[in-house]
Design a protein around this ligand. Sequence first.
Ligand SMILES: O=C(O)CCC(=O)C(=O)O
Ligand SMILES: [Fe+2]
Length: 279
Amino acid sequence: MVQIRRVGPRIGVEISGIDLRTMSDDDFNRIYQAWLGHNVMVVKDQDLTMEEFLAYSRRFGIVSPHPSKSTRHPEVPEVTVMGINKFKPDGSLDQAVYRRGAEGWHTDGAYDDVPFKATQLYGLAIPDRGGDTHFASAYAAYDAMPERLRTRLEGVRGAFTYGGRRRNQALLNPEDRDRAPAFHLIIRTHAETGRKSLYFDPGKIMYIEGAEPAENDDLIEALTALMIQPEAEYRHKWSVGDVVIWDNRCSYHKAAGDYPPEQDRIHWRTSIKEWTAGA
Ligand SMILES: O=C(O)CCC(=O)C(=O)O
Ligand SMILES: [Fe+2]
């Protein structure tokens, strides 16, 4: 029996009693609606091959290879393997791998003209402490925006790059660095739910279109300060076999990045675009 349970007041839903390999279309439609309603969906106790994980991911949209080529699976570029090759040849910890996603709250793919609709992780090895993933609702961020800020930013686009103002591009190949920014509306309306959210990423934003430098800094500071609403957060504590998908159109996330480095924390990841986006 499929069980659907909310895990936080404004974000997060957990599904149990389902086998993603054999799930019916009706069951998929039910959990898809639950996901749309709660931004982040955890499906417990799965035992998937890479092909099965990919097949499930494809039910959400087009699975696209991530621009970080060096961390793609060598035979299956649509799958990123997170948390492997953590130690450099000299034995030191590679922080870019260990702390991937832990630099701060973000949304995946804002640097692309067509950002990811969703990102999905499958937990293969989980440390015995630390290593959680934090999520927060971008609808709640919009709700928290003062009217003055909403009026200023309605219809205004932000310019985003992979490395943002810090130019943090360690996991990109040299030929993929320093690309032109992508532009996205800061206040966006979700194509499926019709709800407004704050589309923002402090680590990827370069500037707000049309703002003078001083106002630009003020706006970025103001959005950074309000984007995370504590009553709209969910913290996921991983178990092996968890499949977690988040909606990048209306949520933020970050890795805690705090687990014992000598332990394994390994996930397969798929990055998923909208059907209409093209491959
Ligand atoms: O490893 C995690 O908990 C999340 C990493 C992340 O930001 C991502 O996969 O997009
Ligand atoms: Fe991420």
